[in-house]
Design a protein around this ligand. Structure first.
Ligand code: ZN
Length: 89
């Protein structure tokens, strides 16, 4: 579980996500399955809010080491989009 502070903290992961373009499947609000289309590897990313702070975690090796991986970056982008859509309804 890592805390999402600023976008720059996960900027490298965001850039990698743009290159890899993984498929993000929404399981439910806050839970996402991210698949690398090349390798077929799927990891689950969880996003949650605690005390007004945003946290996210990924089930991959990097995620276990609390590193911002591109799965997490891709899921967070989808999560923010969903949250924005929900807020506008
Ligand atoms: Zn990951």
């Amino acid at each position: 579980m890592i805390q999402l502070t600023t976008a720059t903290a996960i900027e490298k992961a965001i850039n990698k996500a743009r290159t890899v373009k993984p498929r993000v499947h929404v399981n439910c609000f806050g839970s996402y399955s991210v698949t690398n289309k090349t390798t077929g590897a799927t990891y689950t990313v969880t996003c949650e809010k605690r005390d007004g702070k945003r946290f996210a975690s990924c089930t991959c090796r990097a995620g276990e080491l609390r590193k911002a991986c591109y799965h997490l970056a891709a899921a967070v982008a989808a999560h923010i989009q969903l949250a924005t859509e929900q807020a506008s309804h």
